[in-house]
Design a binder for this molecule. Structure first.
Ligand code: TMP
Length: 207
């Protein structure tokens, strides 16, 4: 059995990543695995501070490249403070969003280009790519409908439906481009079924 694993959860807004990754994390813990659950942007104090700046609906003046750089900066700090040490200790690291979110949201959604966004992120991640990525596959409309009832909508949630279409198309391109890393899960199912599918895929991987 391999010692450490870096597993990321990706998907459009409303795809249920946070609920599903929490359910999977709790089950892995109960099964006795040495596992942590973290998130991007955030997961540690400095990155949570950057998250607030990026997602504050008042920051309408934020330039697209500034946004991409802030995500990359929070990613770097989170890796250094939390992910690298956990991987070094042989843990399973589950991360709610990572690099693919920047490729889909800033690369495709903002139109900065995936290759450009990948380039600035290479400086941040220093070759640390996930072992596997669970992609929670859901169309943009269903995702946005699911988040309508949220009392607080952040700056990205408030983007147009066209932006969210571009994000989902970006994810489709990522699934093709990184076939060997991506595991696609049907996120139109109930959260329990999505979590069960995700859990089984992770077990296959780590055992
Ligand atoms: P969350 O709602 O999944 O916590 O993520 C916050 C928002 O940030 C979500 O709309 C996706 C967006 N995001 C990016 O645009 N680029 C990134 O690199 C990451 C990690 C998140």
């Amino acid at each position: 059995m391999r010692k450490s694993w870096f597993i990321t959860f990706e998907g459009p807004d409303g795809s249920g990543k946070t609920t599903v990754s929490t359910m999977v994390y709790e089950r892995l813990l109960r099964d006795g695995f040495d596992v942590i659950l973290t998130r991007e942007p955030g997961g540690i104090d400095i990155a949570e501070q950057i998250r607030k700046v990026i997602l504050d609906p008042a920051n309408t003046a934020m330039d697209d490249r500034t946004e991409a750089l802030l995500y990359a900066a929070s990613r770097r700090q989170h890796l250094v403070e939390k992910v690298f040490p956990a991987l070094k200790d042989g843990k399973i690291v589950l991360c709610d969003r990572f690099l693919d979110s920047s490729l889909a949201y800033q690369g495709a959604g903002r139109g900065l280009g995936m290759d450009e966004v990948l380039k600035i992120n290479q400086f941040a991640i220093d070759q640390c790519m996930p072992d596997k990525t669970l992609y929670l596959d859901l169309d943009a409309e269903t995702g946005l409908n699911r988040i309508q009832s949220r009392s607080f909508k952040d700056r990205l949630d408030q983007e147009s439906i066209d932006f969210h279409y571009r994000v989902v198309n970006g994810y489709k391109e990522i699934v093709e481009r990184f076939k060997e890393r991506m595991i696609v899960i049907d996120a139109s199912q109930c959260a329990e079924k999505v979590a069960e599918d995700a859990y089984q895929k992770i077990l296959e991987m780590i055992q």
